[in-house]
Design a protein around this ligand. Structure first.
Ligand code: UDP
Ligand code: MG
Length: 340
């Protein structure tokens, strides 16, 4: 073994499922029947050629074409493929999460089923992982998608995500990524957060890098997404921004703003009381009164919300046995030095 997950032994399709494979290739599938045979062939020939032991995990996400039939048949005849058929269409994130759950490899590679990503790039990503990274993100430098509806929104989204998450990579949306398995085990996926995996990984303290990868135009079928996803990306961005900053200390944001609101509302109220009692002014129709009441009420609400969020965070961590830190490695002298 070198620096981690790649074993020296020659591997092949035959013993791919035998022990812990070097790499699990996770592929979410939704109506991709024409692409699948080409994809499976390309993945296995690349990985056999570069001597990796591997397993392919195809997760069918509620396909209505022949994908399910094909995946079932292939999984019965070849021993490097595990097909997981979801009951209905849950979305790409859920399909990937199902794949991650079943992956046994020391490294996990994800890619799309539509042949837009090229399996030929997988060994290069794995080699990069071996240099000591936890996540290698593909970068579709030469992306083959429509300019106005895909490339432009993607450019803006990537810029925004870079700013908010401070993970400096170009192409969050590229499905071709390689992870160390331990990292994937630490990440929980919800909504459509698969696009933000590098940001989630960063929150878990991962070492992240990127590499340019090939990208092809779709040969079969059609894209499953339209412009509508831009909105969902922006919403997910808020979640990520909050998680990154305040996951372990929500009171620091809600409590702080709650206090600021309460104090300023209180100060205005005191001033108004003084104006009424000492100066005999009429304060009933003053906008300032409304402001004071609003500040006090929202301030109390924010503060209480912060306290509730603190409770929720504790439940989140303790119910899952999730510590608030991640250990990269533990170094100790197994033989124990003598005390003298
Ligand atoms: N996909 C999925 N569930 C969905 C939508 C898509 O599993 O609800 C899969 C799809 O089969 C493909 C990948 O996710 O393998 C990416 O989808 P697509 O190629 O349509 O996205 P694009 O490349 O256009 O961004
Ligand atoms: Mg695609």
């Amino acid at each position: 073994m070198r620096n981690g997950f790649v074993s020296e032994r020659l591997a092949g399709e035959e013993d791919a499922m035998a022990s812990v494979p070097d790499v699990s290739v996770v592929v979410p599938v939704h109506n991709e029947e024409e692409s699948l045979p080409h994809l499976l062939k390309a993945i296995s020939s690349t990985l056999i050629e570069s001597h990796f032991s591997y397993e392919i995990i195809c997760v069918d996400d509620g396909s209505t074409d022949g994908s399910v039939k094909l995946l079932k048949e292939k999984a019965q005849t070849r021993n490097d493929l595990k097909s997981i058929i979801l009951r209905r269409n849950y979305g790409q994130t859920a399909a990937m999460a199902a794949g991650f759950y079943h992956a046994r490899g020391k490294a996990i590679v994800t890619l799309d089923a539509d042949l837009q990503n090229d399996p030929v790039d997988i060994p290069m990503l794995l080699a990069k992982l071996e240099e000591g990274y936890d996540l290698v993100n593909g970068w579709r430098k030469n992306r083959q998608d429509a300019a106005l509806t895909r490339l432009l929104p993607s450019k803006i989204a990537n810029w925004l995500i870079r700013r908010i998450t401070s993970v400096n990579i170009h192409d969050y949306g590229c499905s071709l990524k390689a992870y160390r398995a331990e990292l994937v085990a630490d990440m929980n996926l919800y909504g459509e957060l698969h696009r933000f995996l590098p940001a989630l990984a960063y929150i878990e303290g991962a070492r992240i890098t990127e590499m340019p990868v090939r990208h092809h135009a779709r040969r079969f079928g059609s894209s499953k997404y339209g412009l509508g996803r831009t909105f969902r990306v922006v919403m997910d961005l808020f979640t990520i921004a909050f998680m990154k900053k305040f996951l372990n200390r929500p009171m620091h944001v809600f409590g702080l703003w709650g206090l600021i609101f309460m104090v300023s509302g209180g100060a205005i109220s005191i001033y108004l009381t003084w104006a009424k009692l000492a100066l005999g002014q009429d304060i009933g129709d003053r906008p300032l009164l409304i402001l004071a009441v609003l500040l006090l009420v929202t301030g109390v609400q924010l503060f209480c919300f912060g306290l509730l969020a603190e409770l929720l965070m504790r439940t989140y961590h303790e119910s899952q046995g999730r510590p608030i830190y991640r250990i990269r490695e533990v170094v100790e002298n197994k033989g124990r030095m003598s005390l003298k």
